[in-house]
Design a protein around this ligand. Structure first.
Ligand SMILES: Nc1nc2c(c(=O)[nH]1)N[C@H]1C(S)=C(S)[C@@H](COP(=O)(O)O)O[C@H]1N2
Ligand SMILES: [Mo]
Length: 530
């Protein structure tokens, strides 16, 4: 081995020592998080911090590129960052000690900052990062020491002036030092991987909340929604009237799904109220549960997009809960807060109006809320985009004013108030999937929550707008299905759709992006007929 090659080889081993120290850091942190401070995993806290600070366009890029896997992509990115930073720490420690230790120390300080500033953390949240940093630095110091011992014996001039590697005496010293380095590296790396992965998995599943949810029996609804005849069309490829829970879109800022035990869950109603109220889950449920069919829509839904879903919710009117606290007359907003710190600003009137079914939901399509949809309690407000109304894992309703308080998305480029812009979507035929010529239905859904859909019109190849047939609406808060029979001839065709609401207004034709308060435009899709 030439001197140059040997130097490069030691740099590579130093990087390996660094990466192992990084893994030891994370493993010790995960283990102590499991033991003393459940929600203080540095990796997850840093990930959540990244989610909160990334600029909106980047977040949209992530959602549009990775879809439901945006969080997996983030974790992979974070993992790569950890590998690169810890490899650098290892190299720095070999070349210029103690710079590598300082790098790990800075990583520890940053992760203390990230974990202790998360919402709802325990006072011990700093511990996993501190213990992790100490363990990581210790691993780095021991590994670098062994690496340097090996490097010294390998580069020490042998007695006969030859290279040390092959001669008998010096060579065996080199072999011993090399073996000692690899033994320590192997043991540290393997045990850290086992401890770290086990702790993470136990933390994620030991939350018995999934089991509690499974065992939960919600009382039957006092009143149920009647589904009229003709509410659901039988057309292949159309969205079902009710979106199954497993297919329901999910949008939130939570890197890991919050696990909230209904037994310890509390809803606090405070702020500008005569009487601060605290409700337990049982007290809420005992107020009486009713069924509500409401279509939820995300502000990030682009024209023709799929961030919209319809469910049968089981819940309690928010107005009944607010009334217990007697909100002040000069309040105009409710800032709802989730266990994970997420907040939404909803106009007080949207929650107290007798004609609007704003609810605290505990059930979704015949089951307790799925964990990722807000178990045990979330808000659902007809007519407002999810980010200003549909707070999941909700724990506080603060009665306040738009002037005094601001919600999560408001400083991030979205409007404080955001009524849903009514829209329509083509479900079938699908773009990019060619269909056989003949008589086929063009079909989809249209929604205008709180107002209702009056008509849906379809234009083929820029021809006259034709009225589609609508399903019988359940109420004005749910979407309706629509279809139009079409004699499809071979070739490419443009199909456009637009809706008219029950106030006689036309769906906005002009295209608008999703920020700051929702997209507009008519969906126009190119259908290939063969
Ligand atoms: N706690 C919490 N609640 C939240 C959000 C969030 O990020 N955190 N996102 C909101 C947004 S933007 C939407 S569109 C709806 C989506 O609800 P879903 O995931 O059940 O479809 O939840 C709302 N409630
Ligand atoms: Mo949303």
């Amino acid at each position: 081995m030439s001197k140059q090659n040997r130097r490069e080889a030691f740099i590579v081993f130093a990087a390996v020592a660094g990466v192992i120290s990084g893994v030891v850091f994370l493993a010790a942190a995960e283990l102590s998080a499991l033991l003393v401070a459940r929600d203080a995993s540095p990796l997850l806290a840093v990930g959540s911090f990244v989610i909160d600070i990334v600029p909106q366009p980047l977040k949209e890029f992530a959602i549009s590129t990775f879809g439901e896997f945006d969080k997996v992509a983030l974790l992979i990115g974070l993992g790569l960052a950890v590998v690169i930073a810890s490899a650098a720490a290892g190299i720095l420690q070999l070349l210029w000690p103690p710079v590598g230790m300082i790098v790990l120390g800075i990583a520890g300080a940053a992760s203390v900052a990230a974990t202790t500033t998360r919402a709802g953390v325990t006072p011990l949240a700093f511990l996993p990062s501190v213990i992790g940093a100490i363990a990581g630095i210790a691993a780095l110091v021991f590994l670098s020491r062994r690496l340097r011992a090996w490097q010294r014996s390998a580069t020490a001039p042998a007695a006969d002036g030859d290279s040390g590697d092959s001669t008998h005496g010096a060579g065996s010293a080199v072999a011993v030092d090399r073996r000692r380095f690899f033994a320590l590296a192997g043991i540290a790396g393997a045990s850290a991987l086992i401890v770290g992965v086990t702790s993470r998995v136990v933390s994620a599943t030991a939350s018995s909340v999934a089991a509690i949810r499974k065992g939960l029996r919600l009382p039957a609804a006092q009143t149920s929604v009647t589904i009229p005849d003709g509410a659901e069309l039988d057309i292949p490829g159309i969205s079902p009237l009710f979106t199954p829970n497993a297919d329901f879109y999910r949008v939130d800022t939570a890197l890991t799904v919050p696990t909230v035990d209904p037994a310890s869950w509390r809803l606090v109603i405070d702020g500008m109220v005569d009487q601060r109220i605290e409700l337990t889950f049982d007290e809420l449920v005992e107020m009486g549960l009713d069924e509500y069919a409401i279509t939820l829509t995300c502000v990030s839904n682009v024209v023709g997009g799929d961030l919209v879903g319809n469910a049968m919710w089981l819940g309690v009117p928010i107005r009944d809960v607010l009334r217990l606290a007697s909100p002040h007359a000069d309040a105009d907003m409710v800032l709802s807060r989730s266990v994970d710190g997420y907040t939404a600003s909803t106009p007080l009137s949207a929650l107290t109006d007798d004609g609007l079914d704003a609810i605290l939901a505990v059930g979704m399509n015949g089951q307790p809320l799925p964990l990722e949809h807000g178990f045990p309690v979330r808000m659902v407000v007809p007519g407002l985009y999810g980010y200003v109304s549909a707070t999941k894992w909700v724990t506080e309703l603060k009665v306040t004013t738009f002037e005094k308080d601001e919600a999560y998305w408001t400083p991030r480029g979205y409007s404080a108030e955001a009524p849903i812009k009514f829209s329509s979507r083509i479900d079938t035929p699908k773009i990019g999937k060619s269909v056989a010529a003949g008589r086929i239905p063009i079909a989809g859904v249209a929604w205008a929550q709180t107002v209702g859909i009056e008509a849906v019109e379809v234009s083929i190849d820029n021809g006259d707008w034709q009225r589609a047939t609508l399903s019988t609406p359940i109420n004005t808060d749910t979407w309706v299905q629509w279809f139009l029979e079409w004699d499809a001839e071979p070739g490419n065709h443009y199909v456009a759709v637009r809706a008219i609401n029950k106030n006689g207004e036309m769906q906005v034709e002009e295209a608008a992006p999703i920020a700051p308060d929702g997209s507009t435009g008519w969906q126009r899709s190119l259908i290939a007929v063969s």
